[in-house]
Write a protein that binds this ligand. Structure first.
Ligand SMILES: Cc1cc2nc3c(=O)[nH]c(=O)nc-3n(C[C@H](O)[C@H](O)[C@H](O)COP(=O)(O)O)c2cc1C
Ligand code: SF4
Length: 501
């Protein structure tokens, strides 16, 4: 009997290796494949297309005897969580062995690169520009414009840098793409290399992703001849959130301290080692082979407004059905959290959702009709960032979350500019006073003032966007910032009057 089981880091963390050993000991042939991205079902085994999960070692004997009906989820590909998705970047997820060149080639791998190499660099740039692809790392900058800038920049040495630092809370799509489909990312980088006239690429992977680093290094070795004359090196990150910021990343790659560089010059003009550099997120580059294969219009057909194509959304936090949900832009936040994600894992009401990582805004259920779209989120006072959706139930304390946002900024700040380096520390202290009930209204005013300074005075989005979680928490959940006062002020209303949650 052949059993397919993921070797993705999340599946392994849930016990997939132990399941694989038990299956082998029981006489099964085990094939390790990429993950489907249905995290709540991992370790998820597949036998003749039918899924069983989440498995524990004691389930294995029943599985092999064909008696594990209570954990059978039916035909995996027809599962409602997958059936509602549009998987372009993750088309191979769950289906192929990540380091099998045979599987990759059999599923249209390298076709995009062959097509690109038969075109002029400018033609490739025009296709990427025409597709409407925007950077998936957070800023949503049009990839085609960046590529054209590097193509047109003078220089005999140019670089492609893949940003795989993936530091946002609740995000894992880069990791899944690197572990599950590493050749696709390398193909995307080689296409970018052809388009920009760059012969060398680097993947900067966060050090907390050892499985992804190992997979990528093996993949690079296996496809070296296919990529040539383009070559790729994999580098482990320096363990700092701000090293995901593109210029700090470039410094870190050069062996320097991960400190943000002032812009201009843009990396597209003077990036790695001062040379013109395309720096793109994993998902941006991994989308490119599909675009080359199917054409700009086919990609553009998905999505809404200026948000074209699909977005691999990552459902995390206190959510019943956490995992990877790739879909066209336009799905509403409420659908993602309640219908697709199944509400909270605890079964309590959803109270807040943070979208876009630690610098993203908190959304209350009243804003759940916001469509997943760069402009719609900006209009609602937030950002979609790298597509991380972190759900909180009604036990969350938003004043504490706001304090945490400022503390996070203080810890991760590179220290280059004052509004962020000092502002985050003063902000955390002020938020602690608010939580303690000290001069609440005056301190809230001070926080608003400080946030304005951070927004407009910070050199990069680390300090510039920290106000998103802070101000959204104050705006949408004002009661959390005034509760402490009611608790701490003697001889006022009885604590019973404090709204219970
Ligand atoms: C503090 C901070 C952290 C960031 N972290 C990441 C990250 O982990 N991964 C990423 O792709 N982009 C990150 N970015 C965005 C990058 O600076 C840059 O916009 C991105 O790599 C460009 O690629 P894209 O256009 O494909 O999104 C971060 C930005 C800031 C300000
Ligand atoms: S905003 Fe913060 S992280 Fe960005 S340059 Fe200034 S100090 Fe560094």
């Amino acid at each position: 009997m052949k059993v397919r089981l993921s070797d993705d880091a999340l599946a392994i963390a849930c016990g997939a290796d132990a399941i694989a050993r038990a299956l082998t000991a029981g006489g099964a042939e085990v094939e390790r494949v990429s993950s489907w991205g249905m995290h709540w079902l991992e370790p998820l085994a597949e036998i003749d297309g039918v899924g069983y999960g989440p498995l524990a070692v004691p389930d294995v004997a029943k599985l092999l005897a064909g008696e594990l009906d209570d954990k059978c989820i039916g035909v995996i590909g027809s599962h409602p969580f997958l059936a509602r998705q549009t998987r372009l970047t993750f088309a191979r997820a769950g289906k192929t062995r990540s380091l099998s060149l045979e599987d990759y080639t059999a599923t249209a791998g390298w076709e995009g690169l062959s097509l690109a190499r038969a075109m002029s660099p400018l033609e490739v740039v025009e296709i990427v520009a025409g597709s409407g692809l925007r950077g998936r790392g957070g800023a949503g900058f049009p990839a085609g414009i960046k590529w054209r800038t590097v193509l047109e920049a003078p220089g005999d040495q140019k670089y492609i840098v893949c940003n795989a630092d993936e530091g946002d809370s609740g995000t894992f799509a880069d990791r899944m793409a690197m572990e599950g489909d590493p050749f696709q990312l390398l193909e995307g980088m080689a296409i970018a290399g052809h388009a920009a006239g760059a012969s060398k690429g680097y993947v900067y992977v966060r050090s907390e992703y050892p499985h992804a680093i190992a997979k990528l290094e093996q993949a690079v070795r296996l496809c070296r001849d296919i990529l040539a004359p383009f070559s790729v090196e994999v580098r482990a990150g320096a363990g700092s959130y701000v090293c995901g910021e593109e210029t700090a990343l470039l410094n870190s790659l050069e062996g320097k301290r991960g400190e943000v560089r002032a812009k201009p010059p843009l990396p597209a003009h003077a990036g790695l080692f001062g040379k013109p550099t395309i720096i793109n997120n994993v998902l941006t580059l991994a989308a490119v082979p599909w675009i080359l294969r199917h054409g700009a219009d086919a990609y553009r057909d998905f999505g809404m407004g200026r948000s074209r194509g699909t977005m691999p959304i990552q459902l995390a936090g206190n959510i019943r059905h956490g995992g990877l949900f790739e879909t066209s832009f336009g799905v509403t936040l409420g659908d993602l959290v309640n219908e697709i994600g199944g509400g909270t894992e605890t079964g309590r009401p959803v109270r807040a959702v943070q979208v876009g990582g630690p610098l993203g805004a908190y959304f209350p259920p009243a804003l759940f009709d916001t469509p997943f779209d760069y402009e719609a989120f900006a209009a609602a006072g937030g950002l979609i960032g790298h597509g991380g959706v972190v759900v909180f139930d009604d036990t969350v304390d938003l004043a504490e979350q706001a304090r945490f946002a400022l503390e996070f900024c203080a810890i991760e700040s590179c220290g280059k500019c004052t509004p962020c380096r000092i502002g985050s520390v003063r902000g955390r202290e002020t938020m602690e006073k608010i939580i303690a009930g000290e001069q609440t209204e005056a301190n809230l005013e001070l926080i608003e003032d400080l946030c304005e300074t951070m927004t407009f005075g910070s050199l990069c989005a680390m300090g510039g966007f920290t106000p998103y979680p802070v101000l959204s928490a104050i705006r949408h959940f004002p009661e959390d910032f005034r509760r402490a006062k009611a608790h701490n002020t003697p001889n006022l209303e009885a604590p019973d009057d404090v709204p219970a949650r």
